[in-house]
Design a protein around this ligand. Structure first.
Ligand code: SOE
Length: 353
């Protein structure tokens, strides 16, 4: 296999992020597909892809695509991912995998049985400071974690004239604020702590009963909103911690503020996605802000660092590190498949060759 060849379906904000990450991770974007021919042609130039595919189906079955990225509105995720797996392609599918639990379960089972690499970009895991928080919890610095709390706040849907396909349950799924960003918070806290959220009690709020229909501009019709703007969740974990999280897409001034605090018997740790270069470490007698790459960090926390500390890394870099992991997994899978019939020794090829 030469450089991993990606085909991207969907070319909005997140499709562009995927395209940049593919290139930075040593791959190439050979094709892009959107819902229209003119959209695909424009996306080819914007995403610097090799070609505009005739359709999503054509891209999935094309010989010049090894890895299919599904970056469309949510209601299309399951079918496209199932088709790509059936075509023998590796898949990166944006969350949510599906807009209902049964479809997500079925897709997970098909992916597990396929032998392909199938991944969901929970990319906030790739911050050094998050890795450092995980290392500290594992090393025992916090003691027993008793309280996990925080929030994930955005403001891009703060006003009733703000709209997007995610507001429509038919396109985005019945949960919007929690399904779109609350799941990131839960994933990150479970990843960092090793705890699993076991029981919860939630409340939802739709702050704006009506919004303008997506794409209709200021004169568009106001339609009833069927998805939540805010979620509050109380929870308990399998390891005896209590927690709470506030999720909102209507908090003025908060652009993408994913914040958590992990409070243990010996120390607490907190992370803020809008200031991701340092981890706050709290103790009774001393607090510190530990910078990425500084002497106080846990071993291995910089494994995904792309540039030396002091040169800030961000969201896009997390995506690059995630795609690099997917490429590596695809190379390992290819080597296993090549070796298995005879058990012979096979070199795992580096991604850039
Ligand atoms: C929009 O709310 C969005 O792009 C989410 O879909 C992402 O998953 C999140 O990381 C940032 O915000």
């Amino acid at each position: 296999m030469s450089r991993p060849r990606s085909g991207i379906i969907g070319a909005g904000f997140i499709g562009e992020v995927h395209a940049r990450a593919v290139r930075a991770a040593g791959g190439t974007v050979t094709a892009v597909a959107t819902s229209t021919a003119s959209g695909s042609a424009a996306a080819r130039d914007r995403l610097m892809a090799g070609r505009a595919a005739e359709s999503a189906d054509e891209l999935i079955h094309a010989d010049d695509v090894d890895l299919v990225h599904i970056c469309t509105p949510n209601h299309l995720h399951t079918d496209l991912a199932l088709k790509a797996l059936a075509a023998g392609k590796h898949v990166i599918c944006e969350k949510p995998l599906a807009t209902d639990v049964d479809s997500a379960q079925r897709l997970t089972e098909v992916a597990a049985a396929s032998g392909a690499v199938a991944a969901v970009p929970f990319v906030y895991r790739y911050y050094s400071t998050v890795q450092d928080a995980r290392g500290r919890v594992r090393r025992g610095d916090t003691g027993e974690l008793r309280l996990l709390h925080g929030s994930y706040l955005q403001d891009w849907l703060a006003d009733p004239q703000d709209s997007d396909w995610r507001v429509d349950p038919g396109l985005g799924g019945v949960s919007r604020a929690f399904g779109d960003i609350g799941v990131h918070w839960c994933d990150l806290v479970e990843f960092t702590t090793g705890h699993r959220i076991q029981r919860l009690s939630a409340r939802l709020l739709t702050a704006h009963a009506g919004r303008r229909t997506a794409g209709d501009g200021a004169d568009g019709a106001v339609v009833p909103v069927g998805t939540e703007d805010v979620a509050t969740v109380l929870f308990e974990t399998d390891r005896g911690a209590l927690g709470s999280v506030v999720i909102s897409q209507i908090t003025h001034g908060r652009k993408n503020r994913l914040w958590f605090s992990l409070d243990g018997t010996d120390a607490s740790l907190s992370f803020d996605q809008e200031l991701p270069e340092s981890l706050w470490v709290g103790g009774r007698s001393h607090n510190s802000l530990v910078s990425r790459g500084s002497s106080g960090t846990t071993p291995g926390s910089g494994r995904y660092d792309i540039v030396p500390s002091g040169h800030p890394q961000g969201y896009q870099d997390c995506f690059t590190a995630f795609v690099a992991d997917v490429h590596r997994a695809a190379r390992l899978t290819a080597a296993v498949l090549e070796s298995a019939p005879t058990g012979s020794w096979v070199d795992v090829k580096p991604v850039t060759s």
